[in-house]
Design a protein around this ligand. Structure first.
Ligand SMILES: C[S@@+](CC[C@H](N)C(=O)[O-])C[C@H]1O[C@@H](n2cnc3c(N)ncnc32)[C@H](O)[C@@H]1O
Length: 271
C-alpha cells in the first residue's frame, strides 16, 4: 500500500517514519509512506502557499491552486482525504476500510485551514476528534499508524484482531508478571491454563468493560446468545456489588479499607 502525505512540514514525519512498527513495515515493503512538501507546488518565488482570508479576519488560508497542483502531481488514482476537524470522525471501521485501498493521499492543512474550494478535489474529509490542532500532520500520522498495523505482514493478525473496536467492544483487561503487585493479584483463571475458561473470562470482562465505559458500543454490537448469557451474569454480579457496597458504606462509612474487603467478597461470591 502507498500512503502519500501532502504537508508543509515534511520534517515532522522523520521520527514517526523511523521508529518501531512503522519503520519495520516500511523496511519490509508492507507500506510505502511519502511526506511530500506542498511548498514545491507554489509558483511564487518565495514559495508562499497561503494568503489572507477574503472578507478579512485573523490568520492565513491555504491557497487552492497550490494544493490542487500538489494533488494532481502526486495522484495515482489515490483515495484523497482532507484532514479537517469538520470531517467525519475517524474510527477503527474507517481504518479497516482504508487498509483495503491501494493508495491513499492525506492532505494536511495548517494555519486557518483550507480555501473552501479545495474540498472539491478530495474523496472524503476526516477528523480525528472534536478538538482543533495546529495542523493536519498529527492527524495524518494517527491515520497512517492505525492503517499500517492492519496491513498484511505488518504485525501478526492475532495481535490486533482482539483489540478494542475490532468486534465492536472494548478489549478485556490484560496482565503480566509479577503475579502479585501491591496486594493486587492477577485473576486466578488467567493462570489456570484452561483456555476455554480464559476465553470465557476475557469475553465476559470485555462485555463488562464496554457496558460500563461505552454503553453506546454495546447497543450497536453484534452479540451472540452466549454474550447475552454473560451479560445476565454481569448484571447479577453488579447488583451484588452494589448491595454490598451500600451495606459497607452505611455501616462503616469511615473505614474505607472495608471497601477493599467488599471487592474481595465479591470475588469470592463470583469465582
Ligand atoms: C488550526 S486548524 C484549522 C481549523 C479551522 N479553522 C476550523 O475551525 O475548522 C489547521 C489544520 O489542522 C488540521 N486539523 C486540526 N484539527 C484537526 C482534527 N481534529 N482532525 C483533523 N485535522 C485537524 C486540519 O488540516 C486543519 O486545516
Amino acid at each position: 500500500m502507498k500512503i502519500k502525505i501532502l504537508t508543509l512540514f515534511p520534517n515532522m514525519f522523520e521520527g514517526f517514519l523511523s521508529e518501531s512498527i512503522i519503520k519495520r513495515a516500511i523496511d519490509k515493503n508492507v507500506v510505502q509512506i511519502e511526506a511530500i512538501d506542498m511548498r514545491n507546488y507554489s509558483l511564487d518565488k518565495h514559495h508562499h502557499v497561503d494568503d489572507t482570508p477574503c472578507g478579512g479576519g485573523a490568520g492565513m488560508v491555504l491557497a487552492c491552486d497550490v494544493v490542487d497542483r500538489a494533488i494532481k502531481a502526486n495522484d495515482n488514482n489515490s483515495y484523497k482525504i482532507l484532514m479537517t476537524p469538520q470531517g467525519k470522525t475517524y474510527n477503527q471501521q474507517i481504518a479497516l476500510d482504508l487498509a483495503k485501498k491501494d493508495e491513499i493521499m492525506l492532505i494536511c492543512g495548517h494555519y486557518e485551514g483550507f480555501d473552501e474550494r479545495i474540498r472539491d478535489y478530495v474523496d472524503c474529509e476526516l477528523s480525528i476528534g472534536d478538538y482543533v490542532l495546529t495542523g493536519g500532520e498529527l492527524p495524518s500520522m494517527i491515520i497512517t499508524d492505525s492503517i499500517t498495523r492492519l496491513l498484511d505482514n505488518a504485525i501478526k493478525e492475532e495481535s490486533y484482531e482482539g483489540d478494542s473496536f475490532m468486534d465492536g467492544l472494548l478489549e478485556y483487561p490484560q496482565y503480566t508478571r509479577p503475579i502479585e503487585y501491591n496486594g493486587k493479584k492477577v485473576p486466578d483463571v488467567l493462570l489456570s491454563g484452561n483456555h476455554k475458561l480464559i476465553n470465557r473470562f476475557r469475553r465476559k470482562e470485555s462485555l463488562r468493560r464496554t457496558i460500563k465505559r461505552r454503553p453506546d458500543l454495546i447497543e450497536k454490537a453484534n452479540l451472540s446468545k452466549e454474550d447475552l448469557k454473560l451479560i445476565k451474569e454481569i448484571e447479577e454480579e453488579e447488583k451484588w456489588e452494589h448491595l454490598v457496597y451500600c451495606f459497607i458504606y452505611h455501616h462503616f462509612p469511615q473505614n474505607m479499607e472495608l471497601v477493599l474487603w467488599e471487592r474481595k467478597l465479591i470475588n469470592l461470591l463470583i469465582f
